[in-house]
Design a protein around this ligand. Structure first.
Ligand code: FAD
Length: 234
């Protein structure tokens, strides 16, 4: 069990707990922003219950994926204030995240290197998350359509989130490839002047990265439109 390579963005709670006494309350049990009306202060830790049905008699304990035996889950979760008498309809389980070694196998167009008619997108390509999966599906779909029409598949600009996501999955370390969500860290750093200008203002730095992405996307789409003799409004 020690050898299971967990995805760091979706760890089982017992693994989070193993890493330190306070790790859960800085992770899925983070109480930030939850003012307790009785004290006006944030609680020590909190569990989020997400309503699962319209009758409002079934709730999901958010972020509590785990590997523990069902009996242990019931015993441990009932220790939480408010859950002492809870009835458990389904216990937590881990899901396996299956993905290919994209840096070794895929082009940034999401085509398989050794058979360019085959495209990969979504979780199996090593992106993580709903939006990331939709985004790579869009790129693979566009490129598959281009290929069918005898046109060259395209690589989205690196300055955009779409381009950086494809860049990451196709350029990461082949021996230690891990799925990734999109984050600002995947995008190229700002130039030195912009870095200096915004060095004390993270929000402004992020805004600059976003407007650089929007400009790059406009140029890219205008280029696509010219190639297709179309007009796009940006
Ligand atoms: C418990 C859980 C919670 C999550 N929470 C979040 C969240 O809050 N936010 C977020 O952004 N992401 C979340 N994710 C991740 C997100 O669900 C995935 O990244 C995303 O759904 C992947 O989309 P996909 O289309 O690539 O793959 P999937 O959604 O896995 O779709 C693949 C589809 O292919 C089908 N399939 C498989 N094999 C075959 C076959 N041989 N023939 C035909 N069909 C086949 C499957 O049945 C499935 O319908 C969560 C994942 C899990 C498991």
């Amino acid at each position: 069990e020690d050898k299971i390579p967990y995805f760091e963005g979706c760890l089982p709670i017992e693994e989070i707990a193993r890493r330190g006494q306070d790790t859960l309350r800085f992770g899925p049990m983070k109480p930030a922003g939850l003012d307790d009306p009785r004290t006006g202060r944030w609680p020590y830790a909190a569990a989020q219950l997400r309503q699962e049905n319209q009758r409002a008699d079934s709730y999901n304990l958010v972020g509590f994926q785990n590997h523990m035996k069902f009996g242990d889950q019931a015993r441990i979760f009932r220790m939480m204030p408010g859950l002492r008498d809870a009835e458990f309809l389904r216990f937590g389980q881990m899901h396996r995240n299956t993905y290919i070694n994209s840096p070794a196998l895929l082009e940034p167009t999401l085509q398989l290197k050794n058979d360019s008619r085959i495209f990969f997108a979504g979780q199996i390509s090593g992106v993580e998350g709903y939006t990331e999966s939709i985004a790579t599906g869009l790129i693979a779909g566009r490129n598959a359509a281009a290929l069918l029409q005898g046109e060259a598949p395209e690589v989205f600009p690196r300055e955009t989130a779409l381009g950086s996501l494809c860049h990451y999955i196709t350029h990461a370390d082949v021996d230690h490839f891990q799925p990734a969500n999109i984050t600002f860290d995947l995008l190229p750093a700002l130039d030195d002047e912009a870095k200096r200008k915004f060095r004390h203002d993270k929000k402004a730095r992020h805004a600059e990265v976003c407007s650089r992405a929007a400009r790059a996307m406009d140029r890219f789409l205008n280029g696509c439109a010219e190639r297709m003799h179309l007009e796009v409004s940006c």
